[in-house]
Ligand binder design. Structure first.
Ligand code: ZN
Length: 417
């Protein structure tokens, strides 16, 4: 029997839970619960914005989302006996949306994919899609459909977007130093190059707001957006059920935290809020490899064995991009980011021929179980990236033929008013 060691009542905000979680990385956030190596246990999660997004047909809530609150994490879970230098074995045994509940919080029978506005988060194609967008997904067991994206039904690749261990004070200091240095190269950039610590709306578990301990966490705590040496928001879709992840331990007890559960997501999560976002539950098993960081040379990022439960798609329509801006005929040298962006834009243009808006195509390409690959990284000057879209996610034939594309009206996604 798997015990629930971190409980969530989806009717209440994270700050109002019996034991609140947190939304910054800091070594001084107290352990919420202790487990032992070898234990298996359940952690319940809020959706990453703490349910600021509603099941409706307007993207105004995505446009106005307060990102200072994000990500809402459950934990920290203290693992007895864990010490700096160990590898924490994290088995992802199971996860899913909120069981047997319908309601207004994401994960209660539904989820959403969002596109942030350029001036509040942005995304991979923000130069082409600067406004907020949203698609609501209804969850049917393993499958998802959206009233905003007719013609699409797929099996999700369910995984946590974010889990990791707490940083040491030294590691946290290094994060803040290097990210501040990056921000200083272009401090006025929109969207920003990185997010520095921000006291506003910080949540630090059981530390009382205003206490000296809380203020220290709020002033120093790292934001949760990027993946780092502790794991964190890596958004790796293959952390699906059955995966085993080896995470560096930086503090006594490891302090494992988790959130940002995804019903599905494409490689790259290109819209930034591009998964099917949900609250729900995750079942972990944990164990330790004492001294594993040094023994295996795993000192800057986790390693993992991908999950063994995935959608069974075998045929893909694949889009190619190279590191060229075709609009200005500018060549970039071996830039895989530019190449992948081109692959995405090529996929958007293709799907528009079947009646989707570019906005709808963007939402599909962020959330479906799509494979993104670096196909060539040596053929100067053009990096080559590819985006593999499963043909089976569409209820029409998406492959090219002499008959031409089946262009029909395909509704609209949620936009702002
Ligand atoms: Zn997410």
């Amino acid at each position: 029997m798997t015990a629930v060691v971190f409980e969530i009542d989806q009717a209440h905000a994270m700050a109002d839970q019996k034991v609140p979680g947190h939304n910054r990385w800091h070594p001084d956030i107290p352990v919420a619960v202790e487990v032992n190596p070898g234990d298996e246990f359940r952690v319940e999660c809020r959706e990453w914005t703490d349910a600021q997004i509603g099941n409706n047909d307007s993207a105004n809530d995505v446009r106005d989302v307060n990102l200072d609150k994000c990500h809402m994490l459950s934990g920290p879970v203290g693992v007895n006996g864990a010490e700096p230098g160990d590898l924490l074995i994290v088995d992802i045994l199971d996860l899913g949306p909120v069981p047997l509940e319908e309601g207004p919080a994401p994960g209660q029978g539904w989820g959403y994919t969002g596109v942030f506005a350029r001036n509040n988060g942005g995304g991979f194609l923000t130069d082409y899609f600067p406004d907020s967008l949203k698609a609501i997904w209804d969850l049917h067991g393993q499958q998802a459909t959206s009233r905003h994206l007719p013609g699409v039904r797929y099996t999700g690749i369910t995984h946590p977007g974010l889990f990791g261990t707490a940083p040491s004070a030294d590691l946290l200091g290094r994060w803040n130093d290097r990210e501040r240095a990056l921000i200083a190269t272009e401090p006025q950039r929109v969207p920003p190059l990185a997010l520095p610590p921000n006291e506003k709306d910080a949540l630090a578990g059981t530390l009382a707001a205003g206490s000296p301990e809380f203020v220290k966490v709020a002033q120093e705590g790292a934001r949760t957006v990027p993946g780092r040496e502790n794991g964190g928001n890596q958004d790796i879709k293959n952390f699906s059920r059955g995966s085993r992840v080896y995470v560096p331990v930086w503090v006594e007890g490891a302090k494992l935290s988790v959130g940002d559960l995804h019903f599905s997501q494409a490689d790259g999560e290109i819209t930034f809020c591009g998964a099917i976002e949900m609250g729900g539950f995750i079942d972990f098993g944990v164990d330790l490899i004492k001294g594993g960081m040094e023994a295996y040379g795993v000192t800057t990022n986790p390693v993992f064995l991908p999950g063994n439960v995935e959608p069974r798609y075998s045929e893909f329509m694949s889009f190619v991009g190279v590191s060229v801006d075709h609009d200005t005929n500018t060549n970039y040298y071996m830039d895989a980011t530019i190449a992948y962006r081109r692959a995405c834009l090529n996929a958007v243009e293709y799907l528009k021929k079947f009646g989707y808006s570019g906005e709808q195509a963007y939402l599909i390409l962020g959330s479906a179980p799509i494979e993104g690959r670096i196909s060539g990284i040596v053929d100067i000057p053009n990096a080559c990236c590819t985006m593999y879209v499963p043909t089976g996610i569409f209820d029409f034939d998406v492959r090219p033929s002499a008959d031409g594309p089946e262009r029909v009206a395909r509704g609209a996604c949620a936009v702002t008013s």
